[in-house]
Design a protein around this ligand. Structure first.
Ligand code: ADE
Length: 230
């Protein structure tokens, strides 16, 4: 049986998973450390990709090609865009897209990847349902919907409005859609789980500092609850 891949971008986002693993063995590929072992009795490989879409895409492909992952769950924090989302709330990806992809001078809609059929990447329906069940079990507030990704930390109220109006995202982060795209290219089931560390507005840098640890813990708790239910 192939392992379940669990990935995050930053140390805070994966440390709690690594702390709980048994029989852990680590291996470095292309500068990223991959740790294989048991979590809740399941064969998993855990890694921290680093921030941004390129790091996320390279790491996801290595999880698939080198570690033969059978599915991928991304855990981490994000900036809330939807007005009803509070710090700590969970967003589960029904789908994701890159908000910074822009070939509009060529006549493509913003966010659409030129000359490519798919630019909005659906998550696996079963993993989404399992994540939702985990949120209910853990009594964590959640929404399921579109996650936006871009190589930009969003910290501006006007930008929040634009991302809401143009792309209808629930939250914004810097890796999810890249991971989702690579998973789709390889026909691997995936889901992105994000807990809100900030509201992507002027207070976002301070809020991110203050709440990334707590929000990461919430996101990991949902992943752990998903694994327990397997
Ligand atoms: N991750 C957490 N908060 C974020 C924000 N405001 N923008 C981009 N990525 C984030």
């Amino acid at each position: 049986q192939n392992p379940i891949a669990l990935m995050g971008a930053m140390d805070e986002e994966v440390k709690l998973l690594l702390d709980e693993m048994e029989d852990a063995r680590s291996r470095m590929v292309a500068g990223i450390t991959y740790t294989r072992g048991l979590l809740k009795g399941l064969d998993v490989v855990v890694c921290r990709s680093g921030v941004g879409k390129v790091n996320a895409a390279a790491t996801a492909q290595i999880l698939i090609s080198e570690f033969r992952a059978r599915l991928l769950i991304f855990t981490g924090v994000a900036g809330a865009l939807h007005p009803d989302l509070e710090i700590g709330d969970i967003v589960i990806s029904s789908e994701s897209m890159q908000h910074d992809m822009d070939a509009s001078p060529l006549g493509f809609e913003p966010g659409m990847i030129p000359f490519q059929a798919e630019s909005i990447f659906p998550a696996d329906a079963r993993l989404v349902a399992q994540a939702e069940a985990a949120c209910r079990d853990e009594q964590v507030r959640f929404r399921t919907g579109r996650i936006l990704s871009g190589d930009r930390f969003v910290a501006d109220r006007k930008e929040v409005e634009r991302l809401r109006e143009e792309f209808h995202g629930l939250c914004t982060e810097m890796e999810g859609a890249a991971v989702a795209q690579v998973c789709r290219m390889n026909e691997l089931p995936h889901v992105i789980i994000r807990s809100m560390s900030d509201k992507a507005n002027g207070e976002a840098p301070d809020s991110f500092e203050a709440f990334t640890q707590a929000a990461s813990t919430t996101s990991v708790a949902i992943v752990a609850a998903m694994l327990t239910a397997w």
